[in-house]
Design a protein around this ligand. Structure first.
Ligand code: FAD
Length: 317
């Protein structure tokens, strides 16, 4: 079932989770162990992130180094199918432009369609670790909107090979990302919003936000979207803080602010177990306020912390 159908049929705020594929070498059981504690909340869907390969230098026997491409977290498509089979739940694979050409993307979309996956979240992806700026692949998509248009084409039965006539039409529900605190490369929020609006006009059916720790930023973003004529559901993305290091890591990685009140509380903590308590409390308060405001879905970035998410979400129901 499509994410948009879940939202349209819901009587109350829904719950969804996002997971990362395990590092190469780990089994699918590690995903089940991660998700089992969260299934009591009957999530409506589970997002599975997508990861490009990285260039690493491997030392050779003669002491010289060789540059090799390594994909550390493969498996998004397979994990989605496994979760649908194991939990009978809808999944949302992420698809990214970075590191993939259009043919590889089309093949992934065909696999997803054959497997019965009804949803995709389309994203540009970040610059490769060895690059300063994002560079699309040769014959790849440059922005999320280009990838979105490729999925829309397939939904119309238009494949890359123009000799395929009356190709089978896929029927993906497409989500896109939005940034309450602006995407870090955008010169200002209005410009960023204009590009979000373009994604919506091109066929996106809902937005999932980057994490935020101050609900006022989400409410302001909602209003700015509505003022810009963006009227699709905006799903808030939420994450708990669980250790002190994240006070520096989260702003640097995700380009979001940590409110003063929260950072002061965390700085007072002596051990990470105390930080976790503060993080849970903050997440519960954020979630309660958002639920009260009638958000369509509370979407949790679980990022290796299913127990923390479980302890938080239990306090909402
Ligand atoms: P875009 O919408 O393409 O925007 C990128 C930047 O370009 C923005 O600054 C925008 O303002 C600007 N822009 C957009 N269109 C144009 C245009 N036509 N011309 C000029 N400028 C333009 N990354 C992963 O690698 N894997 C994941 O699974 C993943 N999941 C994510 C899930 C969510 C909910 C979010 C919020 C992010 C996720 N990311 C993921 C990170 C994401 O890939 C990065 O934030 C990336 O830098 C931007 O992706 P986007 O889809 O928002 O890009």
């Amino acid at each position: 079932m499509k994410v948009i159908e879940h939202i349209q049929q819901a009587k109350d705020t829904l719950i969804s989770f996002e997971i990362l594929p395990p590092l190469k070498g780990k089994s699918i059981q590690s995903i089940y162990d991660h998700l089992d504690p969260l299934m009591e909340f009957k999530p409506s869907f589970i997002n599975v992130t997508y990861h490009r390969s990285e260039q690493v230098f491997k030392k050779k026997a003669d002491g010289s180094f060789e540059k090799v491409e390594v994909r550390k977290r493969p498996g998004t498509v397979g994990i989605c199918a496994a979760l649908m089979n194991h939990y009978h739940i809808d999944t949302v694979p992420h698809l990214i432009c970075g590191g993939f050409n259009k043919r590889e993307t089309e093949d992934a979309l065909i696999d997803l369609h054959f497997l019965g996956v009804d949803n995709v979240l389309v994203l540009r992806g970040d610059a490769a670790k060895n690059e300063t700026f994002f560079e699309p692949e040769t014959n790849g998509n440059a922005y999320a909107i280009d990838l979105l248009k490729q999925v829309m084409d397939l939904n119309q039965g238009v494949y890359l090979e123009d000799d395929i006539r009356e190709g089978f039409r896929t029927n993906f529900c497409i989500g896109v990302a939005g940034y309450p605190e602006k995407h870090f490369e955008a010169p200002n929020l209005q410009t960023d919003l204009a590009y979000v609006k373009a994604k919506v006009d091109a066929g996106a059916e809902y937005i999932v936000t980057q994490m935020f720790f101050d609900n006022q930023k989400y409410f302001a973003f909602m209003q700015a979207c509505r003022d810009a004529g963006i009227n699709i559901p905006i799903i808030p993305g939420l994450k708990p803080i669980t250790n002190k290091k994240q006070l520096a890591v989260i702003p640097r990685t995700f380009h979001v602010d940590i409110p003063t009140e929260l950072s002061l509380e965390i700085m007072k903590c002596k051990v990470d177990a105390d930080v976790e308590k503060v993080g849970i409390e903050w997440l519960v308060e954020q979630s309660k306020e958002l639920k009260k405001a009638g958000v369509p879905v509370l979407h949790y970035y679980t990022l290796g912390k299913p127990r923390v998410i479980r302890d938080s979400v239990r306090q909402l129901f």
